[in-house]
Design a protein around this ligand. Structure first.
Ligand code: NAD
Length: 331
């Protein structure tokens, strides 16, 4: 089977090739991301693999279908970039990787809290320029904090487990509370309660119409002054201009994000010689109490291997006409 792999990165290609050993698969590795201009590159490929910032809207899917594509898999846990209704109408089977490594993202989330809360990044920068002054580096201890976990699915649950080792008070909110979390955290009934009582708030819900701009002006008004926000889920959960205003007024005391609403034209590429045209993003980089990483929370060797193996399983099932174990849920 001919498989077009969009948005291929050097770090994942050998892992994909190794996991395809023994499968009758011929990869075409493509550097561009999938969009309406590049969809033609997939012509003649029965299967297409994409990643988080590829565009799989109706017009792209129509082009893929016209070129003979019958299967599309995203090498990610989120699938908000795919128009599932259009894929269904065009007869394109969809697969994803629901749980390649919740720990990878959960551990990164804890890393962001510790880094920003203890100014580790700033301490590192100072020592590299032989500045050993500790002014401004006073941090906080997690055991004094109430941490709110919004979304206790696979990743949120791992975050709760890791947090429980720090002795902090853990609050959680999810439309479907789970028993593992109940042993370690207290569920609140509404997300407004979570906003009101958390010193630190970390987001682990998927991006959907009901979670779009979950953190906006109204949500910020409910929060404690100096709240610490972390988003390792999807950028559009946060109304970034509202949070920038919150940082300016000190309503938001700390912000750590691995994802950004307009990340598609920035992340995963080297733009160090370019002019950044996104003023909101550029403003974020000026705050000393903000950390931004470029959607790297997933990136561990364990996760890359699981992504490749699960994707290969999905391709194999599709090739054999079996039901897809990791099918994207119907719209
Ligand atoms: P999951 O499906 O296991 O869990 C999501 C949880 O959110 C579920 O328990 C669900 O009940 C809950 N939920 C859904 N809508 C809600 C709402 N409106 N209010 C409250 N709770 C709600 O997903 P997961 O594997 O834990 O992943 C969470 C998200 O993390 C993914 O959707 C993806 O966008 C993101 N992610 C980011 C990275 C990264 O590298 N930064 C990597 C993997 C996943």
């Amino acid at each position: 089977m001919k498989v077009a792999v969009f948005n291929t990165k050097r770090y994942e290609r050998p892992v994909l090739e190794k996991s395809a050993d023994g499968f009758p698969i011929e990869f075409t590795f493509l550097e561009p991301r999938l969009d309406v201009q590049t969809a033609l590159l997939a012509a003649g490929h029965e299967a297409v693999l994409i990643f988080v910032n590829d565009v799989a809207n109706r017009s792209v899917l129509e082009q893929l279908a016209a070129g003979g594509t019958r299967f599309l898999a995203t090498r990610s846990a989120g699938f908000n970039q795919i128009d599932r209704q259009a894929a269904c109408e065009l007869g394109i089977t969809l697969a994803y990787v629901p749980a390649y490594s919740p720990n990878a993202v959960a551990e990164f989330t804890i890393g962001l809290i510790l880094t920003l809360g203890r100014h580790i990044h700033e301490g590192h920068n100072r020592v590299r320029r032989a500045d050993f002054n500790l002014e401004g580096l006073c941090g906080f201890e997690l055991r004094d904090m109430t941490v709110g976990v919004c979304g206790t699915g696979r990743i949120g649950t791992e975050v709760v487990k890791l947090l429980s080792g720090f002795g902090c008070k853990i609050l959680a909110y999810d439309e479907e509370p789970n028993e593992q979390v109940m042993l370690l955290a207290s569920y609140v009934d509404t997300r407004e309660e979570l906003f009101r009582y958390s010193d630190i708030l970390t987001l682990h819900v998927p991006l959907m119409p009901s979670t779009y701009h979950l953190i906006d002006n109204e949500a910020l008004k409910l929060m404690k002054d100096g709240v610490f926000l972390i988003n390792t889920s999807r950028g559009a959960l946060i109304d970034t201009p509202a949070v920038v205003e919150g940082l300016k007024s000190r309503k938001v005391g700390f912000l750590a994000i691995d994802v950004y609403e307009e990340e598609a034209c920035l992340f995963f590429e080297d733009h160090s010689s370019d002019i950044i045209r996104d003023d909101t993003f550029a403003r974020l980089l000026t705050f000393p109490n903000v950390i931004v990483t470029g959607h790297q929370a997933f990136l561990t060797m364990h996760a890359l291997r699981n992504i490749a193996e699960t994707t290969m399983q999905s391709l194999d099932e599709f090739a054999k006409g079996f039901p897809c174990t990791h099918a994207v849920p119907a719209p």
